[in-house]
Design a binder for this molecule. Structure first.
Ligand SMILES: [Zn+2]
Length: 338
């Protein structure tokens, strides 16, 4: 079996992907036209070129990301995006996906929580049925907002509580430490949400932010979490408490190779529950799971066994029932044996 077909057929799980980062260029341009939103791009070539920004800083990516998501206006747009992404998951043999969504950026444009989420949830049910993909929702606080807005978000989500598995924290990390949202995390925990939070790569105070997530917010996962490796105490804590790190090897067109491959391999070798994820697959050259994993396999010292281990970690850390988990893990083990 070739490496390409091995990766294509590998049963996959993804734990770190943002719905708004799944707007494929064709849909982005269609919605921009339909909803009369000027994004300064009118061809797919222009969209791909815009993703090749020279400075890899998080803020440059986020500025692009927020410019694009303004094309989403109607409930049908949220439905179409969700449905289309779950179809892509099927095509990548992603058996289970936990999709992060960020309501705050849409709320501030006057789109109600119900207007967003009811359409997304309908699409989740329809596409889950049509494509046989298991999908859970993780609601993200955009951390540049206030704690009051975060608490209000939890109230808006309350009627849909049973349809949302977890709470996350994303977006502009500079000057927005995790403990800014301590009260929201405490409330979410009381309400039964599973907890995760972004500690992005190459941020100021990154190890302190990880410490806050672990010791104050009480998260079960960290999204990225690269800088756990900078501090032996944090590394030990993550190992001892079984904290999952959802790393992303994403790259821009100009990057010579997938980013963060060495630390991902190092985490695997240390026995950390690290997984491989696409983050915003329509906004990076790394694209979707099969393409990303094939490139990582081709260009790093990681082996097919490592790819299996990364997927086993994702299924192990997934917020699914033990019955569901054992089905997926058996399927993965059977595939690995072939
Ligand atoms: Zn992310």
């Amino acid at each position: 079996m070739s490496l390409d077909s091995f990766v294509a057929g590998l049963p996959k799980a993804e734990l770190h992907v943002h719905l708004e980062g799944c707007l494929e260029p064709a849909m982005l341009l269609r919605l921009a036209t339909e909803n009369d939103v000027d994004i300064g791009m009118s061809t797919e070539a222009e969209v791909w070129a815009a993703q090749d920004y020279p400075d890899p800083a998080l803020s440059h990516f986020l500025d692009y990301h927020y410019k694009c998501l303004r094309v989403m206006q109607k409930p049908q747009d949220f439905y179409d995006l969700t449905y289309a992404f779950i179809e892509i998951c099927r095509d990548n043999n992603v058996r289970h996906v936990e999709i992060m969504f960020g309501p705050m950026a849409h709320l501030e444009r006057g789109i109600s929580f119900a207007g967003q989420f009811e359409a997304m949830e309908r699409a989740r049910v329809d596409a889950g049925r049509d494509f046989g993909v298991s999908v859970l929702w993780i609601m993200c606080i955009d951390r540049e907002h206030t704690i009051e807005e975060a608490l209000e978000l939890l109230e808006l989500a309350e009627p849909y509580r049973d349809a949302i598995v977890g709470l996350g924290l994303a977006s502009y990390e500079k000057d927005n430490p995790p403990n800014k949202f301590l009260a929201a995390y405490q409330l979410a925990k009381e309400r039964g949400y599973r907890l995760t939070a972004h500690c992005d790569c190459d941020q100021e105070n990154s190890t302190e932010h990880i410490r806050q997530c672990l010791d104050e917010l009480g998260v079960e996962r960290i999204d990225h979490g690269l800088h756990v490796l900078d501090d032996p105490t944090l590394t030990e804590q993550v190992l001892a408490d079984g904290i999952a790190l959802t790393m992303c090897a994403t790259w821009r067109p100009r990057d010579p190779e997938p980013r963060r491959m060495r630390p991902i391999k190092q985490m695997l070798d240390l026995g950390i529950n690290v997984s491989l994820n696409t983050d915003d697959p329509s906004e990076f050259a790394s694209r979707h799971m099969t393409h990303m994993m094939t490139e990582v396999l081709d260009r790093s010292t990681m082996t097919t066994d490592d790819m299996v281990a990364l997927m086993r970690n994702a299924f192990d850390a997934a917020w699914i029932s033990e019955e569901q988990r054992s089905v997926y893990l058996s399927e993965l083990a059977a595939y690995a044996r072939t």
